[in-house]
Design a protein around this ligand. Sequence first.
Ligand code: DOR
Ligand code: ZN
Length: 345
Amino acid sequence: MREIREIALRRPDDMHVHLRQGPQLAGYVADLAASFARALIMPNTIPPIATPEGLAAYRDAILAAVAPSGGGLTPLMTFKIQPGMDRERIRALKAAGAVAGKYYPVGVTTNSEDGIAESESVMGAIAAMEEEGLVLCLHGEEPGAEVLERERAFLPRLAELGRRFPSLRIVLEHVSSSDGVEAVLGLPDRVAATVTVHHLLYTLDDLLGGGLDPHLFCKPVVKSARDRAALQRVILEGNPRFFFGSDSAPHPKASKEGRAGAAGVYSAPVSLALLAGFFEERGRLEQLGPFVSRFGAEFYGLPANEGRLLLRREAWRVPSEIHGVVPLAAGRVLSWRAATENPPH
Ligand code: DOR
Ligand code: ZN
């Protein structure tokens, strides 16, 4: 059999990404735009994206950074759901371009100190989102539960939200456990999950089984081989309710290497290369395209992207730092590379 040298994909979507703000934004945008046509932009900035004006300004800042990168990234905007948001605000956020709202339980991850402590306090906002056809994105971890149990402890809330809002589309973001996978499979088709590269490929042993790797520390934390196997199973089967969302979340090297290191894995520069390797090893390369270019768009009701992205077989070493951030798989030699006319580094 002839070795495949090139994979042509419909330009992919990243349905969960953090781009940050300020001077860092341009570099992170360039890395993402090198491979992705659209991305769902998370709102956990400071201050959070929670008003129509804030949302529009953030989108404009991203678009201003996209132009010089030459990539052509369309940001799909989200807002942070906050207690007391009324119907008017939800309508205005939609009119400003929001496609989804993000539910952060209090204290479970980066910049979630202002998250939701009392779920009842946001039921009005969620009802309005259902009415407006906005997607509910869940950081599905229960505050107060043990760190490895937080996702499982949140799952009853997922089921309850599904029951209470019968036409709401819900995404369990960065699903990380076999229980999370099972919960989604047991709910109607309007409930889906994003899957990251790191939860698909790594386990707790990679994080702390040998030397501690702070650059693989994220929330929810990567889990057991059994949990990873459950994720791999649904992805290799090509279940359309499990689509790609990188949760690429850059933090400067210094804020990850020390006590109280920040949670977040910077995967944007390597995610497609790692995914191509994964699907190829399993003999399922044909599932890569649907996972990154089709299922997410279909769930969100977006048209398929125009244009192609080429992945070439090429040995390359992942840099040890990009924009002052240590990327996922730093220093490793990968065998697939996204071909861009305008290399960002
Ligand atoms: O590890 C994470 N980092 N998980 C999140 O949910 C947020 C993210 C971030 O913003 O750094
Ligand atoms: Zn995230």
